[in-house]
Design a protein around this ligand. Structure first.
Ligand code: HSE
Length: 305
């Protein structure tokens, strides 16, 4: 049986103001995936470790949907066994669904020798996201495939660019969603002043990456008038923890992707302290899973065997 092993990283989509257009990859955590070509005609999904009620039915699973999209576009009929070894807490905005879809497409691109471009892989993998958020957003899958910081330059057709990130220290608080998705509650009617500020912050994020300025990066990612108001409203401790973390010297703080996880950017020398503040702040939230200290990573899905 021809097979391939991959690691697929956690990602933080939106990165503050860049709703559906920014995302970045983390060094840890990551899921481990094995994809095998089989003689059957079926796509089979198996989940090991903390399976967290992730559906294994192909049309309900992000990797399954991405594989179906690939096979439809390329007119492929092939049996596939997709085995996911779950390390990451799912359902919380750490891009774990996107990671599976991304690994599926990167792995099959290699196994079937398809020579897909990065944009094609992102465009196909994003259809896996319909299983989780209901929309084919490209940000998480792009960061999972390419690593680093990704910017969706165009949606029609998909065109993404990767910017290498300096090594920023990150603390994630993994918090599961209390409901399936908050996307439906997000309003785009934010008014002219906030819209200008949101665009200015997006520009500042990109400038900060080019100038490797972690302070500017942190300031810019701490503002978002589109998703943060909706998603922070379902995390009772959010405002207080954000304030404490910024007072303790973190550069920036916001919701990670679709939430309810949050992320903060800090320095190596205050990472432990900030992780402790986040742990204390969220530990009584029934959906809190754990605090993870990590770094940004310029490596996307990695073929390891
Ligand atoms: N951009 C997506 C959203 C990411 O905000 O819903 C989901 O992780």
């Amino acid at each position: 049986m021809k097979s391939i092993k991959l690691h697929a990283p956690a990602t933080t989509a939106n990165v503050g103001p860049g709703y559906d257009i920014f995302a970045m990859a983390h060094h840890e955590p990551y899921d481990e995936i094995t994809i095998s070509l089989t003689n059957s005609k079926d796509i089979k999904i198996e989940i090991y470790g903390d399976s967290q009620n992730i559906p294994v039915n192909v049309t309900d699973n992000t990797a399954g949907l991405a594989i179906l999209e690939l096979f439809k576009r390329k007119n492929i009929q092939q049996g596939v066994l997709f085995q996911l070894y779950k390390n990451m807490p799912s359902g919380g905005g750490l891009g774990t669904t996107g990671a599976s879809a991304a690994a599926a497409i990167v792995g099959l691109n290699k196994l079937l020798d398809l020579s897909l471009s990065d944009n094609e892989m992102v465009d196909i993998a994003r259809y896996g996201e319909v299983a989780s958020g209901g929309s084919p957003h490209a940000d998480n899958v792009a960061a999972a495939i390419l690593g680093g910081f990704v910017l969706v330059k165009n949606y029609h057709p998909i065109d993404v660019v990767k910017l290498d990130l300096p090594e920023f220290h990150i603390v994630l608080a993994a918090i599961r969603k209390s409901q399936r998705s908050t996307r439906g509650f997000i309003t785009y009617e934010i008014g002219q002043e906030k819209l200008k500020e949101q665009m200015a912050r997006c520009a500042s994020v990109i400038h900060a990456i080019h100038t490797k300025d972690v302070k500017e990066f942190g300031r810019a990612i701490s503002v978002d008038y589109i998703a943060e108001p909706v998603r922070s409203a379902v995390i009772p401790e959010y405002t207080e923890v954000k304030l404490k973390v910024l007072e303790a010297g973190a550069h920036g703080f916001n919701i990670s992707g679709g939430g309810s996880s949050v992320f903060c950017v800090c320095d190596a020398n205050n990472q432990n302290q900030i992780a402790e503040i986040m742990h204390q702040g969220f530990q009584n939230n029934p959906n809190f899973v754990k605090v993870i200290q990590t770094k940004t990573s310029n490596q996307g899905v990695k073929i390891v065997g």
